[in-house]
Ligand binder design. Sequence first.
Ligand code: HEC
Length: 147
Amino acid sequence: MRTPLLLILSASVLLTACGVDKNSPVHLRKQQFKEMMRTRESLQGMLNGRLKYEPEAFLSAAHALADQSAKPWQWFEPIPNAEDSKAKGDIWRDAHAFKQAQDDLTRSLQQLTAAAAAKPTDPTQLKPALGAVEQACTSCHKQFKLE
Ligand code: HEC
């Protein structure tokens, strides 16, 4: 009667050893960031000719990026030394600056969605607005993410 329990125990030890805990805050925030990257790529693609530019599709992707960008922050718990994370300890040492970097992204996305909603839309006007969003992503990465 002891075998099943032992099997269950060793299975959970194996799972932990693999390190893929799909409910861990590190995993959840990384998934969210990947989704943000994919959405940003489709916005970029519509402006650089890789994808067809459709004003409605651009607007809805801009809104999607704004929604997605509100989410990862809830999964930054103070466990700065998680092995599978590239988060710098400065996130917790300077929480105020980390919050400011989130607010910069929010503001740049508000401008992007406003520019995308203007009628008629002019893709050349959208480029600087998307550029500011990219800048908000990379400047936070420079400050708070390990290479
Ligand atoms: C306020 C700071 C901040 C902003 C703004 C930000 N990021 Fe990040 N991002 C991080 C941090 C911190 C990590 C490292 C997370 C970890 O490894 O725990 C990260 C990681 C990532 C990753 C790697 C995920 C992985 O699988 O390891 C991608 C991709 C990414 N961000 C995309 C974006 C995009 C796209 C934007 C803008 C739309 C953005 N980020 C804006 C802080 C930010």
